[in-house]
Design a protein around this ligand. Sequence first.
Ligand code: TRP
Length: 459
Amino acid sequence: MAFKARNTGFRIQRRDVFSSRIGIVAAAAGSAVGLGNIWKFPYVAGNNGGAAFILMYLFFIVLIGMPVMLSEFALGRKARRNVHGVFKRLAPRSLWHIVGYMGIGAAFMILAFYGVVAGWSLEYIVNSLSGAFIDKSPEQIDFMFDDFVRSSLRPVIWQLVFMASTAFIVVAGVKKGIEKYAKILMPLLFVMIVILVFRSITLPGAQQGLTFLFQPDFSKITTTSALEALGQAFFSLSLGMGALMTYGSYIGQEDNLGSITLQVSVADTVIAILAGLAIFPAVFAFGINPAEGPGLVYKTLPVVFQQMPAGSFFSAVFFSLLLIAALTSSISLLEVVVAYFVEELKMTRRNATIMAAALISIFGILCSLSLGSVSIELFGRNFFDLLEFISSNLLLPLGGLLIAVFVGWILKGKRIKKEISNNQILHLRFFGVFMVLIKFIVPIAITLVFLSGIGLINF
Ligand code: TRP
């Protein structure tokens, strides 16, 4: 009895809960909307031929992403635990808790390169403010980027600044840290992107970019691009490693998980498409290569800003918002590890955060250096690309698959229905469809895309 009372007290004190409905959506959408939408989506779409890839991506969002997101929210809220604890609690004495370790591993890898890319936007804020892009040709801006990421010191310093900021917010906790900022800054980011879209699509020569974005050429779909699209869907929605599961554990009992899922997915997709609309018309108008790779956004947008009145100012605002979008995402990644350290390893929140951020930063430094001075290569990829590939394209879809199997086959349908319907209060018209997707379609689709993407089966 004494133990029980202490245990509850412990939980109330430690477990934060989001304070409002709008706060949950802002935080979860804040996690989803980030570098994945603005930096990664355009460049993987560019690498994989544009429109056909985007269609496939949208298809995966609806068919696979949304059911997995709802599952993550439901599992998290049901167990009220970190990603490892969820499986330990819902499937005790089984191997399911390994999914939790996979998630923590994925969080490590993603945050390592994420911090590097977010650090780049700090450099770009400074460059915008100091007028470094003014009167530069697209070639010069291209060169500036390559030169910068290959250097050893500055990218690493910015990465560490970014990681420290992430840690700072995570120490503050969910309500005072994550929720407060996300509510104001995410709408502002939206407005900025819309302005950019207008500038971009009115550039002479923009038409080709729109064609690239919207006119699918299905001959460009390959098994590798399908795997990329699937990985991107998971990455962009923050799925497959327990970030939204962890957030789900902070969602109140009366909130409607289905409608949160819908809102977060729509917001994420809209921002990705808008980012594409801001970037590709300009890419073609200025003769930049759409398959430029990870530098695409950083090479294109400064050029677009030079075409606008008060370009340096808008450029600084934009990269600041990108930084904030990255922060609201990185905190969800760090939170996965911190919640695990706190709940399973019984560390204090402060120590857990410092330790997780420090360990991840070491990987991040290697990641940044692998782009220039230090050559770390495995399987023909540098360390940066390797982490990105293993986490997004392998661990996240695999995690999603296991989450779907767990919800569809291990938990009883009744239990999951009870959680999603808030104990039968909500009337769920979509539940039948959801169960079919999560039991059959999601696992089969992920398995097929996965095995063909890594070359184990051939169509
Ligand atoms: N979704 C974020 C983005 O698009 C990145 C991110 C945050 C993430 N949390 C995640 C990706 C969890 C995968 C899993 O930038």
